[in-house]
Design a protein around this ligand. Structure first.
Ligand SMILES: [Zn+2]
Length: 476
């Protein structure tokens, strides 16, 4: 009877091989994805080293040879024959570079080519990286300029990554992020609430990004949605969703609507829509959530009064602080009509020297307040514990877009600006750990037949959606 060999029985030169085989025996199962193998090996052997690479190759060698029979087309489900055998793909894994040989199938009906092995391993369809590597490259690329990413990469990894690799990954994953159903994406990035929350706060704001080409600046819209806790009268921590879209309201609206739907905005008892005085903002509020309580941002309301005071009294006037104090009082009282009356009472008292400018300034302020009267009941809002400042949207511009996209010397092409803005919004919603996998899950779900995932439909800006899809097609 033969005794099972223990590790002592092996010559040193055979030991490594034996250890690898034992590890593989224990760990390998059929149908494993590349990520599962990489993560397992990472924990056991680290990454980018000979033992890790040997183990990965040993695992890949256990995948049964592909039979040259027909395989099901991922689109129509019909069985289609092999078109080419043993096509090689070199791919960079966490363990090192490996070369895979896989069969290529082509469906004539769908005009779709596919590699069954790539799909089993869940490798990205394109590119030179496994999903685990792509995830890491993306994390760098979304948080720093590409040159700096390449430098910082070397702190963590032995094999360098070029500026261009970061750029390509943003382009690839950004295209996926834009192409998926945005409602599904929002659900995958952050779970929908189980029940409609008591109160929801909705804010949006625009700012400009530097763009290459004839128009040097393009507007980016950022929307923020968060749950409001009626008891503490504070935002529910971790509940914020961000949507960032370059190129105006038409493209922003349908994406924002999808995010609102995930938060069940239509079932929520109290929706507060905060914004500055921009007309488009309120128009969108009325179209998407006609029952929302609209609130004019407190600081914008006050700022307008102060600017008017500067014109009427003069920039250096010692009366300005008094003007500001009185404006604050009248605004806080929440009766814009009384404020307007008091402003009108100033008209006969206007200094003759600057009468025309002063009249214009007063007129502008009165019109602004008249248009927004019903959004300025600040006393009431405070009593109810509602927020009155749209600081979340304004700070979102900084932490979603500007920290990455408005750095010295940056000028974006439109397709890249669109993709990066979308990805940055998704990153802030899903977090660093959830982003990449969230996008991949959304892609899988979006590929299922439309009726499977689509519960509602766009009410607003169908044009915008088409436009978005068309631009996407053109950029690829
Ligand atoms: Zn097909």
């Amino acid at each position: 009877m033969t005794r099972k060999k223990t590790l002592k029985d092996f010559a040193p030169e055979d030991l490594e091989y034996e250890l690898t085989e034992r590890f593989t025996d224990r760990s390998f199962r059929r149908g494993m994805t590349m990520s599962e193998m990489e993560l397992l090996i990472w924990r056991a052997c680290g990454m980018e080293n000979p033992a890790a690479l040997r183990t990965l190759n040993s695992m890949l060698a256990r995948i049964p040879l592909e039979a040259a029979t027909g395989k099901l087309c991922p689109k129509c489900g019909k069985r289609v024959p092999v078109k080419a055998k043993d096509r090689e793909r070199e791919i960079r894994t966490m363990a090192g570079r490996v070369t895979l040989k896989r069969n290529y199938h082509y469906c004539e009906t769908c005009q779709l080519g596919f590699y069954p092995l790539d799909r089993t391993l869940e490798l990205p369809e394109e590119g030179e990286l496994t999903a685990e590597m792509e995830k890491r490259v993306l994390d760098f690329a979304l948080n720093d300029v590409y040159g700096e990413c390449a430098a910082r990469w070397r702190v963590h990894y032995a094999e360098p990554a070029s500026d261009n690799l970061f750029r390509r990954v943003v382009s690839r994953v950004g295209a996926h992020c834009m192409a998926v159903d945005q409602q599904v994406l929002q659900e995958e990035l952050k779970p929908a609430p189980e029940a409609a929350p008591d109160a929801l706060v909705v804010e949006m704001d625009g700012s400009m990004l530097p763009i290459r080409g004839p128009e040097p600046w393009k507007e980016a819209k950022v929307g923020v949605i968060y749950r409001h806790d009626g008891e503490t009268q504070r935002p529910v921590p971790g509940s914020a969703r961000y949507v960032a879209v370059v190129n105006g309201l038409g493209e922003f609206a349908p994406v924002f609507e999808d995010a609102l739907r995930v938060e069940r905005a239509e079932e929520v008892h109290t929706v507060l829509w905060l914004g500055d005085g921009a007309v488009g903002n309120w128009r969108l509020a009325e179209q998407l959530l006609p029952d929302a309580i609209q609130i004019l941002d407190w600081y914008h309301a006050l700022q307008h009064a102060v600017e008017c005071g500067k014109v009427v009294l003069g920039e250096e006037s010692p009366m300005l602080p008094l003007w500001q104090e009185r404006s604050t009082q009248l605004l806080a009282a929440g009766e814009p009509a009384a404020f307007i009356d008091e402003l009108m009472a100033c008209v006969p008292l206007l200094p003759r020297r600057s009468r025309k400018e002063s009249l214009e300034a007063l007129d502008g302020l009165v019109r602004y307040y008249r248009a927004n009267q019903h959004r300025m009941r600040y006393a009431l809002y405070r009593e109810a514990g509602y927020p009155i400042a749209s600081g979340a949207a304004e700070s979102a511009h900084r932490h979603v877009l500007q920290v990455r996209m408005k750095r010295a010397g940056q000028h974006w092409s439109m397709p890249n600006a669109r993709k990066l803005a979308m990805l940055r919004g998704a990153l802030r919603t899903g977090g660093a750990l959830g982003l990449y996998d969230g996008i991949q899950r959304a892609r899988k779900r979006s590929r299922a037949p439309a009726h499977y995932w689509r519960r509602g439909h766009f009410r607003y800006a169908r044009e915008g959606t088409r436009e978005r899809r068309r631009c996407l097609a053109a950029s690829n």
